[in-house]
Design a protein around this ligand. Sequence first.
Ligand code: FRU
Length: 500
Amino acid sequence: MSSQTLREARSFEEVAEKAIPAEEKPAFHLSPRVGWMNDPNGFSWYQGKFHLFYQYYPYATKWGPMHWGHAVTTDFLHWEHCPAALAPDELYDCDGCFSGSAAVLPDGRQLLMYTGVQCERSLYGERIETQTQCLAVGDGCNYEKYEGNPVLTGADLPEGSSIHDFRDPRLLQRQDGTYDCFVGSRPADGSGQILLYHSDDGFHWTFRNVVIKNRNRFGKMWECPDFFELDGKWVLLTSPQDMLPSGFEYHNGNGTLCLIGSYDEEKMVFEEETDHAVDYGIDFYAPQTVLTPDGRRVMIGWMQNWDTVLQHRTVKMSWYGQMSLPRELHVRDGRLFQWPVRELENYRCAGTEFHEESFSGKKSFPGVSGRMADFEVGIAPADGAEIYRSFSIQLAQNEEYHTTLSFHPSENILKIDRKYSGSRRAIIHQRRAQINADQGVLKLRIVLDRYSMEIFVNGGEQVLTAAIFTDLSADGIVFSASGDIKLHGMFYRLDMDRQA
Ligand code: FRU
């Protein structure tokens, strides 16, 4: 039985979505049915479809009492909206159904675990949250909250841990049919830690161990953990708040962190061996993964970041927030490699090959333009030439607008700059990444949807993601070089109506 709050959200979204023309939304990146979207939640394979829930506030294009939006897909690119799955309608979650994950019960029903938030106001009106972990059970469309909620509370926390920062449960179904759950938490040192809970049936949970402690190394509180085995290693993805920069690896504010190492399942301890950022662009946060039936580990992230959300004041919109392209993951040499899901290639139209043996200055190529595209480009110094000084590509370009990707081989810095993308807020518009490029030789794959760009560097070794709100008429792609370069590329427009 659904509550009044959920019924209202469902009827509101059904009517309100009709007022949004499809062309005003991204073509193949998931955006909210209406209103606001943040983190991906409950990314899972259930009854023949991939399900993706998301942090959702249907009534405005800003964050509000969190609901769970819901969409399904079979190819990660064509999404079908389903009615909102959860609303903040119980005392223990009356101030929000925060992020969480999904698993399957032995009887075939889907189990959702999420963070319930209940607030009090301090004397000064400050919001003081109590966060607990809660369950809902459903059939892939309708979900019933568990009568035993909340199933994990402050009483289940190790000593000194905060009841205000205890969130984002990540369920993991074990081979023997039991369940583990990894939750982000803030210990007494004020930073982050990941807690492990265990359950035989999915409903009764006990604390097992602190799997890893941040010890104030990577930011403070660790949000949205995901934990999985891949290519013989264990990978912990988390999104730390309050990061400090470290060279070009991490930037200030909300960041993403990938720790790769080993997991001692008996001792329940994760030992990290390497660490790096998940994304080096401007807009990426809170990723989650799913294991596909054909054995791929696929990650999706919120293609926005808390430090850049003010951007929405630049445009009048009835929706705000997008998910990244789902990306296939691999671990190689202590790094996480990301590559667009292979399904994207099915929607490439006839390719345009472009190359230039030697050029300096500006260059565009016939047939190489558009705002929905997938292309690869290789750059190197022209034969016999000295190493060039710089190289750049302007995307979503016309006389008024452009977003630029530029590369300086003397320091191996790749920079994304969306200052001229139409933004009217003083938010972050640029980010630099230190990349591997021997003697100015570099390979990029660039995926453009109407309002975003994702740049995969050197076979997915690093990725830079950015959302833009540039008018769709700006669809030029212009290459420039200072010094002689050799360029070779394959360009494809994307047509999502093409028969795969
Ligand atoms: C991360 C986050 C989560 C929380 C959710 C609230 O972006 O802060 O930790 O569950 O967003 O919407």
